[in-house]
Design a protein around this ligand. Structure first.
Ligand SMILES: [Zn+2]
Length: 337
């Protein structure tokens, strides 16, 4: 099968799974317009939105990348805004051939207009229930100064809504400035409450960040690509059956790597590491899941069977219930025919 045939086959896939997707980074211009209208918020022209929200030529680093979220975040501060943003996003994902997605956001960043974290999460669950997509919410704790109480509150809310729309917690934000090692108590608390987690690590920071995430018991790592800098760590990841949520275009946007071919996707696969392919922030990075799958298939000469395997890795590592996992696995396997 040549590249063109493979791309066409990927375009036709309609049983896709996406594990690493941030709500604020996934707001399409259309979604921004719809939720701005509902909230009577004036927003700039499409061109201006593209300029302030998307990354065209890459960023210096993750810190500059994170400034791109100010605009979408300003539209996600009310119940109506959050509820409709989640509903619209999920409907868009269905149109893109996705059948199961995990959508993440940090409740503590949506409280600027007076909502509390629980109200934020309830609004997101309401939006989730308005769409037919199978989905789960991942609540992000944030790296930063003086927000320990907010992070603990996020975990308490995750526990309250676990299995009712919420499936896990995460740690997001500026990884290089705020080391993973400083957040051990968060994950010990989550572990105590029986809340699953994934941790952003090995993106802006190196192997030590991933070692810490594994030490905290994480079975999934957000990005994790820089684990490749330490061969022993790669071995541990493979042995412990840890899944990496790789987000190729995002890594280019944040200047972790210069080119797709530099991302160690093939190296991980060759060493038996389970990886999944994700968009991270599709609106900010101007991408979609099928684009990411084609990108890696073409760059690393992957076969259609390899792509299906990446998708099976995703649903198997997901935080979905056993029933949903079985159902989705069967649907993915139908793509083989
Ligand atoms: Zn992310």
């Amino acid at each position: 099968m040549n590249n063109q045939e493979l791309n066409e086959k990927i375009n036709k896939m309609n049983n896709l799974v996406e594990l690493h997707l941030h709500l604020d980074g996934a707001l399409s211009i259309n979604n921004c317009k719809k939720i701005a209208k509902i909230q009577n918020i004036d927003i700039p022209s499409d061109n201006e939105i593209l300029k302030i929200m998307t990354v065209k030529d890459g960023c210096r680093d993750l810190n500059e990348f994170l400034t791109k979220f100010a605009f979408p975040m300003s539209l996600l501060q009310t119940s109506e805004g959050i509820k409709n943003a989640v509903k619209n996003l999920e409907d868009e994902l269905i149109e893109q051939g996705i059948i199961y997605a995990e959508i993440r956001f940090a409740p503590q960043l949506h409280t600027k207009s007076g909502l509390n974290q629980e109200e934020v999460v309830i609004s997101a669950i309401e939006g989730q229930n308005l769409s037919k997509l199978k989905s789960n919410l991942i609540l992000c704790c944030m790296r930063g100064n003086n927000n320990h109480d907010e992070n603990m509150e996020t975990i308490r809310i995750a526990k309250k809504y676990l299995g009712k729309g919420v499936s896990a917690i995460d740690l997001a934000g500026a990884e290089a400035s705020y080391k993973t090692a400083n957040y051990e108590d968060i994950f010990r608390y989550a572990e105590e409450l029986g809340i699953p987690y994934t941790i952003h690590a090995g993106e802006a920071d190196g192997p030590s960040s991933v070692y810490d995430a594994i030490r905290f018991g994480s079975k999934r790592i957000g990005h994790g690509v820089r684990s490749i800098e330490d061969p022993n760590l790669v071995k541990i990841i493979a042995q412990k059956d840890i899944t990496l949520e790789v987000c190729p275009t995002s890594n280019i946007c944040t200047s972790v790597y210069n080119k797709i071919i530099d991302i160690p996707i093939k190296k991980f696969l060759d060493k038996g590491v389970k990886i999944t392919i994700n968009t991270d922030d599709p609106a900010v990075c101007d991408t979609r899941l099928k684009e990411e799958l084609k990108l890696v298939a073409n760059a690393f000469n992957l076969t259609y069977e390899d792509i299906l395997k990446l998708q099976l890795n995703a649903i198997k590592a997901s935080f979905a219930s056993r029933e949903v996992k079985e159902e989705v696995i069967n649907m993915i396997l139908k793509n083989i025919i």
